[in-house]
Design a protein around this ligand. Structure first.
Ligand code: NAP
Length: 296
């Protein structure tokens, strides 16, 4: 336990979300602080949306070292900050805040964490690759922007609500210049739409599930993709990590594609936040072990 370090000099980091009780971030960060002997502690606070402004004031008043934001605060927190790093500006969302003598700066480490995981877990260099995003919410925005910045040649966005996909495609193209195509979500048999979806799916090097479909409580849910067209060597990345083996991953594994869950993204977004707060290199092995223990 980190308790042995707690004293007047202890620096406090926190997670603000609603709810937070199932979060893996406290054990992950506390394991890392303990491993490096840093006098830091990380706690989780359930902050209702109407209390977010007061909570951000408290960050300054209590001189917290740093904060993570999770659902539903990632976008709303922007107005309570003093400045934004480019990662947050582009994604329109903040998952990490640093506090420099009361000056709060927002970052988004989700996108960079995803790219680092792609490299570490799938040995994938995204330069010149074609990527397809399933979903167009906050996580899809962070991942899509970062993929575009990391050199993909084309992006496809496949989302249940077309308007959201169109809006995300527009902002990625405007911010990065990367060609972005909105793919039709099959509502009923429509051969032309199915053909368009199949054509893109087949030539995508990377398919990323950025929806909660397949999460523990809805593990039978599956995005409606033409999985039989998956190709060996194609990388399927599921942002969901609980269960560890999702149905989305299983579908791709049937055709020898490389399929991974979102544990790596969770790990590396946390490692990047840790480095921003402490200035120390994050002990990723220790953090990874703590995360896996949470899943057992
Ligand atoms: P969000 O902003 O609420 O977006 C949810 C997206 O999923 C939307 O595109 C939504 O489509 C789609 N969706 C939700 N339920 C659906 C259903 N039943 N059928 C079809 N589409 C559905 O959420 P988010 O923040 O982007 O998070 C998305 C997922 O990524 C969550 O499971 C989250 O836990 C995970 N995540 C993981 C990490 C990690 O580190 N591994 C990091 C961030 C997020 P509509 O637009 O049509 O509603």
């Amino acid at each position: 336990m980190t308790c042995q370090y707690i004293g007047p000099q202890t620096k406090v980091c926190a997670l603000f979300g609603h709810p937070v009780k199932h979060s893996f971030s406290p054990p992950m960060h506390n394991a890392a602080f303990k491993h490096l002997g840093l006098n830091f502690i990380y706690a989780a606070f359930d902050i209702a949306p109407e209390n977010l402004e007061a909570a951000m004031d408290a960050v300054r008043i209590l001189n917290l070292a740093g904060v993570n934001l999770t659902i539903p605060h990632k976008e709303n927190v922007v107005k309570y900050l003093d400045s934004l790093h480019r990662s947050a500006e582009l994604s329109g969302a903040v998952n990490t805040v640093t506090n420099n003598k009361g000056m709060l700066t927002g970052y988004n480490t989700d996108g960079p964490g995803f790219i680092r995981s792609l490299w570490q877990d799938c040995s994938m260099d995204t330069t010149g690759k074609v990527a397809m995003l399933v979903g167009a919410g906050g996580a899809a925005r962070a991942v899509g922007m970062e993929l575009a910045l990391s050199g993909v040649s084309e992006l496809g966005i496949f989302n249940r609500r077309a308007q959201r996909a169109i809006s995300l495609a527009k902002s990625i193209e405007q911010s990065t210049g990367v060609k972005t195509t909105v793919l039709p979500w099959p509502k009923e048999k429509h051969p032309a739409e199915e053909k368009e979806l199949s054509r893109f799916f087949k030539h995508a090097n990377l398919v990323v599930n950025c929806t909660p479909m397949g999460m523990k409580d809805s593990s039978s849910h599956l995005p409606p993709l033409p999985y039989h067209l998956a190709t060996p060597g194609q990388v399927a990345y599921d942002l969901v990590y609980n269960p560890r083996q999702t149905r989305f991953m299983e579908k791709f594994k049937q055709t020898d594609s490389i399929a991974v869950n979102g544990m790596g993204m969770l790990l590396y977004q946390g490692a990047l936040a840790f480095e921003l707060w402490t200035g120390e290199k994050a002990p990723v092995d220790v953090m990874s072990k703590a995360l896996h223990k949470c899943l057992e």
